[in-house]
Design a protein around this ligand. Structure first.
Ligand code: CA
Length: 696
């Protein structure tokens, strides 16, 4: 069923709800909703009420936890109207590309059924990005879902007809806007700020009116997307504030004219950068920008701890009396790439240091914990999962021919993150255009079948039990001397699906240990077994032996600084090797920095290496580094540079930036460096650097 009258839809909804997701459902009118809620048979039951024009629908899930393959703890203090949303902006382009989505019974879902199905799984809000003109001169589409007004309207209508509200995410760009790019729409190029503010206002008014006129139930609007570094081609705050103001006033006016309640959200990324959000909120308040919701992206692998997220959002909420939410989050259930176009998070790009299991349970844990973190602010209104349905247009089997076919489909229907046609507008896309970069973070498998983790949104309201299972077992790499049995850890840290963790004894394979002891310097995989959740399970540990540290004075013990070269670009004597037991990680000395003024320095060492694969790392603590500090370590060989950014949080909390796979081609001199660019009063210390060869 594509479209229909709302009464047919309501009847259909009730039917699907009664038969789907193991959930009971009620359909009611606005007038008797309250009575039904309070007289429900089960006072503990969680429900969600959705207004759709004159229709009110109530979804009620049983109070008792579901039986599932994932464990989800019920969040008892989650308000009924808490937003459990998803961003499915790529949906239409996927369908146009021939993708089919299914329900849990294996039935193919029509577009309308698809959105009803999402609602049935506990999703109550749909977020859609909107681009001004995502086409080149010849009208070829840029891709990324081709999210122009027409397509967004069509998806917004499907969502609204399925009883959900819609968040329109104005990027104020012709294509992707994020912390690294905020290109102005082509039509606004070269405008002075007054003209641009007027253009933004007109565009906001026209688009929003059109969406509402076409029956899209817009409940919230975002002024810009991840506007951490700018918006619509402007990066100075005075100009950005002009644009925020123009957008806000336009939305308020349309809402008033149309009699529609619309929340206004601003959206930033990088909650992990100390002081950023406080400053953004301060800037917005300084010009009395009228908004309701301060939203953040939160990707667990990029954006710091959840405690920090809660803290920085709460500070804004408390200081400026705002609601807060997470506008984007997601996580991997697999390391596989579904379509031959690599994923942003893959084993190759990220190493192995993860806070959550890479599994459906891991996805459920992320959704649950992000929800908890948002609620803990005391002002949280919801979370959105980003692009859970951006799956392969055709599953890639490793064959070049299949990849070529996929490429053709992405180019034709805009179902890849970027098409080649976007290259003139977005330099990144010119080099790296391709398919879905997040198919391993979807909540549908590569062929369109829903994962159990999609039901997390329902389970947050009632809980889900699963047989006890190990979600993750972690053992750190072992670094030690060659020529003896590696003294591997005796226990492995095991995490279970119910959120508990335990250190469990592990037995390492004798013959692997002996082979490592006899094999000389090199990297060895040592296999082991442990018992948990009633099962014997396998684990392995990387033992890196004869860890000759190629760096001279790696622990900064020599205060004469003979082994390191310090270059100060600005700052009055900001950095030195010092003996300071308060700021060392080990030994007596560290590379310590502090200055009253802005600091910009580099500390380097030239090292002679043979051809091979190396690992470079070190440790850093510190604080007061402002909103956009720059800290990184690097290794340079000729024109090639390997770099890892890092940051500081507080005293004696050591970050461990590491570059794990440096391939040095041929015997040569390389430069190892530490770069710091921070404002005055920033302080900190580096210690315990290492450069190991790992392929011998
Ligand atoms: Ca992919």
């Amino acid at each position: 069923m594509r479209k229909g009258s709302s009464s047919i839809l309501a009847a259909f909804l009730t039917l699907s709800l009664l038969t789907g997701c193991g959930s009971a459902a009620q359909s009611s009118t606005a007038a008797d909703t309250e009575a039904q809620s309070s007289s429900a048979a089960d006072p503990e039951a969680q429900s969600t009420v959705v207004q759709d024009g004159s229709e009110t629908r109530e979804f009620t899930w049983p109070a008792e936890p579901a039986e599932s393959t994932i464990y989800v703890e019920k969040i008892a203090d989650m308000p009924e109207d808490f937003i459990t949303g998803v961003d499915v902006s790529s949906y239409l382009s996927e369908i146009n590309s021939g993708v089919t989505f299914y329900d849990y019974e294996g039935n193919a879902l029509s577009p309308q059924d698809f959105f009803v199905f999402l609602h049935r799984c506990g999703i109550n809000y749909i977020r859609l990005r909107l681009w001004v003109d995502p086409y080149d001169e010849a009208k070829n589409a840029y891709g990324g879902g081709n999210c122009d007004l027409q397509n967004v309207t069509e998806m917004g209508k499907l969502a609204s007809d399925a009883g959900m509200q819609v968040l329109i995410d104005f990027h104020y760009s012709d294509f992707w806007a994020d912390p690294s790019k905020q290109y102005a729409p082509k039509a606004w190029a070269g405008m002075d700020i007054d003209t641009k503010a007027q253009a933004l206002s007109d565009y906001t008014t026209e688009s929003l009116k059109a969406l509402l006129d076409d029956g899209v139930n817009v409940g919230m609007v975002q002024l810009g997307n991840e506007t951490t570094g700018g918006m619509a081609g402007e990066s100075s705050w005075p100009k950005m504030l002009r644009l925020f103001d123009a957008g806000s006033k336009a939305v308020r006016q349309v809402a008033e004219d149309k009699g529609q309640d619309i929340l206004i959200a601003v959206h930033f990324a990088n909650p992990e950068r100390a002081g950023k959000y406080k400053n953004f909120a301060y800037q917005l308040a300084s010009k009395h920008i009228d908004y309701d919701v301060f939203a953040s992206s939160y990707y667990p692998y990029w954006h710091g701890s959840l405690e920090n997220l809660t803290g920085v959002l709460k500070e804004v909420a408390d200081t400026y009396d705002k609601k807060v939410m997470v506008a984007e989050t997601s996580y991997m259930y697999t390391w596989e790439d579904g379509d031959g176009s690599g994923n942003t998070e893959s084993k190759e790009t990220v190493g192995s240091d993860w806070d959550y299991a890479v599994s459906q349970q891991g996805q459920a844990d992320v959704i649950s914990k992000v929800t908890r973190a948002v609620l803990d602010t005391g002002a949280g209104i919801g979370i959105f999962y980003w692009e859970p349905a951006w799956i392969p247009v055709q599953v890639w089997n490793g064959e070049e021919s299949v990849y070529k076919e996929n490429q053709k489909i992405w180019e034709t229907y805009g179902s890849g993150w970027a098409s080649s046609f976007s290259g003139d507008y977005d330099a990144d896309a010119a080099m790296y255009y391709g398919g879905s970069a997040v198919d391993n973070q979807a909540l549908f498998d590569f062929e369109g079948h829903p994962l159990e983790s999609l039901r997390t949104f329902e389970y947050l309201r009632r809980g889900a039990n699963a047989p006890l299972a190990v979600t993750r077992a972690v053992v750190e790499d072992f670094l030690g001397p060659a020529g003896e049995i590696p003294a591997l850890p005796e226990t492995v840290s095991v995490e279970f699906n119910n959120g508990t963790a335990e250190d469990v004894p592990v037995t390492w394979k004798e013959e692997d240990l002996l082979a490592a002891a006899e094999g000389g310097a090199g990297t060895y995989t040592i296999n082991g077994t442990y018992e948990a959740a009633g099962q014997m399970l396998d684990i392995s540990c990387q033992a890196i032996l004869n860890t000759k540290n190629y760096l001279a004075d790696p622990g900064f013990e020599d205060t004469s600084t003979a082994s390191w070269t310090i270059t100060v670009n600005s700052g009055n004597d900001p950095v030195a090797i010092e003996n300071d037991l308060n700021n060392v990680r080990s030994g007596n000395g560290c590379l310590k920095f502090w200055a009253e003024q802005e600091q910009d320095f580099e500390v380097t060492q030239v090292v002679h290496l043979e051809e091979g694969t190396y690992r470079l790392g070190g440790y850093l603590e510190g604080g007061d580094a402002g909103e956009s500090p720059e800290f990184y370590i690097y290794l340079r060989q000729g024109d090639q540079i390997w770099r890892q950014d890092t940051f500081v949080t507080k005293w004696q909390v050591w970050e461990n930036p590491e570059i794990t796979d440096i391939s040095v081609a041929g015997e040569c001199d390389v430069t190892v460096g530490i770069v710091v660019k921070v404002p005055g009063k920033a302080w900190g210390a580096f210690d315990d650097f290492y450069l190991y060869r790992i392929d011998e």
